[in-house]
Design a protein around this ligand. Structure first.
Ligand code: GLU
Length: 369
């Protein structure tokens, strides 16, 4: 496979096969593909819509006359049905799934971001398939900035969170056209997009069908993802092998090559967010391991903690002589580090009563200086 870590976004129109309820056959075709990809060594996270549609269908005939339910309530009903369907279908292949519900707040808040990132990576590395959706039950439109609103953007954020190398947005059209193909029979498919500019945005139409996304939101999402160093493909998910084909590098739909090197963009982010609130001093052995072998920082290597910082802050790591070794996002706050420094990682939980992982700073969240 050309790609290793893939985020597959499946929209409502695909999951319902154009009907008003979840289409288990369509879902099972997707499941089969994810299972094939995993068998070939890929890690796959699925961003799944369909909660609203499933909820609406489920509630039919169950509401007292005249009663209406909020969008949030409908999604809560549908989300459990949606997950149950995914769970059963994956279970046929002996594959474990995990439900991950996110809101905009989780992604913009430093700790929420770190927690979501750690959980998703844990799941992917352990072989489970995270099924992600927006937490519609608590994401209210009225409260500004708490709702993402559509899963195209969510999928781009998830791709960024897990450092995916590919984001595939599976939809019910073949890709991005130079005009609306529904009203313009001469419209041609754009195969490759190097730059997402205003002109291209003008080409993308509005929303369609049951879902909330459309070409415009897909383009916005593609822009977020390519900037984070992720290749993006928008393609027709009706083709039974669409996901596997795209993952193996076959040309399908519209391709957006990553605009930035992933490591570079993460590095820039870390370097731009170094906190001056404090820093970590490591012993000589740990400094050497970080510098020469690109290891993660473990509590055993922490010699001293200066200043006060929170879990999720980006701090400098210095050697005993005071020279900078690296900067990275810490899984432990300064007061926690004070208690676990010098200890083996298996003693974190008994010392603190909880653990956020065996690394103080994971090498993926670290840049050498
Ligand atoms: N979270 C919504 C749902 O599951 C989907 C949003 C979208 O269609 O993009 O129904």
């Amino acid at each position: 496979m050309r790609y290793r870590r893939i985020v597959a976004k499946v929209g409502t129109s695909l999951l319902t096969a154009g009907s008003d309820r979840l289409d288990l056959e369509a879902m099972s075709r997707l499941v089969g593909q994810v299972v094939r990809l995993r068998a070939q060594g890929c890690q796959v996270a699925v961003v799944s819509s369909g909660a609203q549609a499933a909820g609406r269908h489920r509630l039919r005939g169950h509401l007292h006359e005249g009663n209406t339910l909020s969008r949030q309530a409908i999604a809560s009903v549908g989300q459990s049905h949606l997950m149950q369907s995914w769970d059963e279908l994956f279970d046929w292949h002996d594959t474990v799934v995990a439900q991950v519900l996110l809101t905009r707040r989780d992604l913009s808040d430093r700790l929420g971001y770190l927690n979501a990132r750690n959980t998703l990576r844990d799941l992917l590395e352990s072989g489970a398939v995270p099924i992600v959706n927006e937490n519609d039950a608590v994401a209210l439109d009225q409260v500004l900035a708490t709702r993402i609103g559509e899963n195209d953007s969510l999928s781009a954020h998830v791709a960024n969170l897990v450092d995916a190398d590919l984001l595939v947005m599976l939809t019910d059209v073949d890709g991005l056209y130079d005009a609306d193909p529904r009203s313009n029979p001469g419209a041609t498919l754009i195969r490759r997009v190097e730059r997402i500019d205003r002109q291209l945005e003008a080409v993308a139409g509005g929303t369609s069908g049951l879902g909330t996304g459309g070409m415009a939101t897909k383009l916005r999402a593609a822009r977020i993802a390519v900037q984070a160093g992720v290749d993006v493909v928008i393609t027709n998910g009706d083709a039974p092998d669409a996901l596997v084909a795209v993952a193996s590098g076959e040309e399908r739909g519209t391709f957006f090559p990553a605009g930035a090197d992933r490591l570079e963009s993460r590095k820039r982010w870390i370097l731009g967010n170094i906190s001056r609130a404090g820093h970590i001093v490591v012993d000589a052995g740990a400094a050497a391991a970080l510098r020469a072998q690109g290891r993660s920082l473990l509590p055993a290597g922490v010699a001293a903690v200066h200043g006060a910082f929170d879990r999720g802050e980006t701090v400098e790591i210095r050697d005993p002589a005071g020279h900078n070794v690296a900067a990275g996002t810490t899984n432990y706050a300064s007061d926690e580090l004070e208690r676990i420094r010098g200890l083996r990682s298996d003693r974190i939980a008994e010392t603190l009563g909880y653990a956020y992982g065996e690394e103080v700073i994971h090498r993926d969240n670290m840049v050498l200086l």
